[in-house]
Ligand binder design. Structure first.
Ligand code: TXA
Ligand code: MG
Length: 337
């Protein structure tokens, strides 16, 4: 049985937080909202609890988890040798959507790091997450609360669709603010390398610590096993139009309509008079896309189209992270500009 409990995201009820915290302390699983996406939490120093996360999500064992902390003292319980650059990033961006890969302490449950000598840590910016971690009095390991390979959840209903019956509790704090996952930055390489782009962009990081690399090579990405697996994907075939004129978008949608129902997600208004055409129009900014893209993919997927056509945005600033997720979700990429 999975309990779903609604909470005021600004002033969550202490009794509810305490109930959720006691589940965590006893080795159970609680899903909770962060500012990015919902996480599926377990006590990070408890190996059997962490093991349950992998089972519930059907997550490959070689994909490590992010540990969430609520204080500097908690960070010191999971990571050692924190560099001056890491300190500066923490001062600037925590709590917030930046995950730092650091040297791990041996007390962290081994499955959290999936055999690596490092641990990924962040301090989330949502009140519910921070109060839950404080009340549990333990760092909380939490991947996104979706079934492995599906789009990340941005509402409690998304979590329930994937994990209902498989976890103990879902704290429902409404839709998450940002909508895509945190930036993952490897602080154990020199210069530090972005393993997963996120809301904190490369230029923002450079402004605080100087040179930052974008990891692209196989060897670098070996350090972030998660990036190898199929990701963020609905069941339908996703076709990404990276740069498309309105004409190209129309044409691609019409072509796929010959095979069956077609979903469309984009900022260009596309109208096709066909009951099997399901358009979802988003605002044009990276923030609009980040906030709604996973919900849109899930909504269309429930209608069972043969294909979902997605119009891309410019891969600059926060758009880098949005386009990273769309490219991973897509099985085909098209461009005409
Ligand atoms: O915004 C977020 O980051 C959300 C919320 C819940 O905090 N969490 C999240 O977790 O997206 P997950 O498990 O879906 O993604 C974690 C990413 C994966 O790509 C994983 O490979 C990488 O972080 N990662 C975790 N530990 C690592 C480590 N020690 N070294 C390198 N990469 C690591
Ligand atoms: Mg994930």
């Amino acid at each position: 049985m999975t309990q779903v409990i609604q909470l005021d995201p600004q002033r969550p009820q202490p009794q509810t937080i305490e109930r959720a915290a006691s589940i965590i302390r006893e080795g159970g699983l609680v899903a909770f909202p962060t500012e990015t996406v919902y996480g599926l939490g377990a006590a990070a120093m408890n190996q059997s609890a962490v093991q349950r996360i992998f089972e519930a999500k059907r997550r490959p064992a070689d994909n490590p988890l992010i540990v969430h902390v609520a204080s500097r003292e908690m960070l010191d319980r999971v990571a050692s040798n924190i560099s001056d650059k890491a300190e500066r990033l923490i001062d600037q961006f925590w709590p917030g959507p930046l995950t730092l890969v650091l040297e791990r302490k041996p007390e962290v449950a081994p499955s959290v790091s999936a055999g690596l000598l490092t641990v990924a840590v962040r301090m989330p910016a949502s009140t519910i997450a921070l109060e839950l971690i404080r009340a549990a009095r333990t760092p909380i390991a939490a991947p996104s609360a979706n079934t492995s390979g599906r789009p990340s959840p941005t509402t409690a209903a998304h979590v329930f669709d994937d994990l209902g019956g498989r976890i103990d509790m879902i704290l429902d704090g409404g839709a998450t603010n940002i909508g895509i996952e945190s930036t993952v930055l490897d602080m154990t390489s020199d210069p530090p390398a972005i393993l997963r782009p996120g809301w904190v962009g490369r230029d923002m990081l450079k402004g605080v610590i100087g040179p930052v690399e974008q990891a692209t090579s196989e060897s670098e990405l070996r350090h972030s096993p998660g990036t190898r697996h199929r990701h963020y994907s609905p069941r339908a075939r996703v076709v990404l139009i990276e740069h498309g004129s309105p004409d190209l978008i129309q044409q691609v949608c019409r072509e796929h309509l010959k095979d069956g129902a077609v979903g469309f997600i984009g900022h260009t208004p596309v109208t096709i008079n066909n009951a099997a055409f399901y358009p979802i129009h988003l605002g044009p900014t990276a923030a609009d896309y980040a906030h709604s893209i996973y919900a849109a993919l899930r909504e269309l997927d429930q209608r069972g189209p043969v294909a979902i056509i997605v119009e891309g945005i410019v891969a600059r600033g926060e758009g880098v992270a949005v386009m990273d997720r769309l490219r991973r979700a897509a099985s085909k990429v098209t461009a005409n500009r």
